[in-house]
Design a protein around this ligand. Structure first.
Ligand code: SAM
Length: 249
């Protein structure tokens, strides 16, 4: 469960909302039970429940745990908005694996219609999925979910990353590993880096988009000989980045 940084200083925490309901109704928590809370950064603590009342759980910190479960390579997954609830799958699974942020974007062949006015509910739901997945996998940070960007908006964000790879199934030359190997070799053992993985829509990127991505400084990478579904490609690429940089497996 995530609590504020200030509560760590005070050594007692109050858990409210859905988390409090989860503790009391699903976990059937009672005074004396122990839980692990995180400040959403690098600190975790073992806490003992003091009381459960009026939708609030109060607990005292028993032991501080300085555990950092975050990868030093900070991977953001930019995903061309997929159909139906597939973005939820992307957020849930990639949060478990270790993504630090998600950038939904719209590209030429994006199938779904996007209406910013109607989307705040969806963004809220995606945030909730990220939070639950972060708790499930003992992440220290909840990944951020950015407002959907246009293709042009996404291209102009590339300069904020140390490496940008866009996954292109028609790539005959460079595979993801070819881009990662020299990049990882240049990093000092405890150096951090920001990597952006860009995944296209169900219909793939247009040729024009691949040229624009090249010009904006991204590297076109293949993920092997098999064509992955749009919602699978990000998970596969993220896993490869973390594996190649020694953060997984
Ligand atoms: N246009 C393709 C087709 O219909 O055969 C499929 C596109 S694929 C379903 C959706 C996205 O996943 C692509 O835009 C790409 O970003 C990524 N992708 C899937 N398989 C890939 C692979 N083998 N190598 C690189 N990227 C891949």
């Amino acid at each position: 469960y995530f609590v504020s940084e200030e509560q760590f200083q005070e050594r007692s925490v109050v858990i409210t909302g859905d988390d409090a309901r989860h503790i009391s109704k699903v976990m059937r928590g009672k005074p004396g039970d122990k839980l692990i809370v995180s400040d959403g950064r690098t600190r975790e603590a073992l806490v003992e429940i003091e009381g459960i009342e009026a939708g609030e759980v109060t607990a005292n910190i028993v032991e501080s745990l300085e555990l950092d479960h975050e990868a030093r390579i900070r991977v953001t997954v930019a995903q061309s908005l997929p159909k139906g609830d597939k973005m939820e799958t992307v957020i849930q699974r990639c949060t478990e694996i270790g993504a630090v942020a998600f950038v939904p974007f719209l590209s030429e062949r994006t199938i779904v219609q996007y209406d910013a006015k109607k989307e705040s509910k969806r963004l809220e739901r995606w945030g909730k999925i990220a939070k639950e997945a972060a708790e499930q996998s003992h992440r220290n940070r909840i990944p951020s979910i950015e407002q959907p960007l246009s293709w042009k908006g996404l291209l102009s964000s590339f300069e904020g990353y140390d490496l940008v790879c866009y996954c292109y199934e028609k790539e005959n030359g460079k595979q993801l590993r070819d881009a990662l190997k020299p990049f990882v070799q240049k990093l000092a053992p405890d150096e951090t880096a920001n990597v952006l993985i860009v995944v296209g829509p169900e219909g793939g990127f247009s040729e024009k988009e691949t040229l624009e991505a090249d010009q904006a400084g991204a590297v076109s990478v293949g993920l092997g000989k098999r064509i992955l579904r749009a919602e699978t490609a990000g998970m596969a690429a993220l896993t490869c980045v973390l594996y190649e940089s020694g953060e997984m497996g």
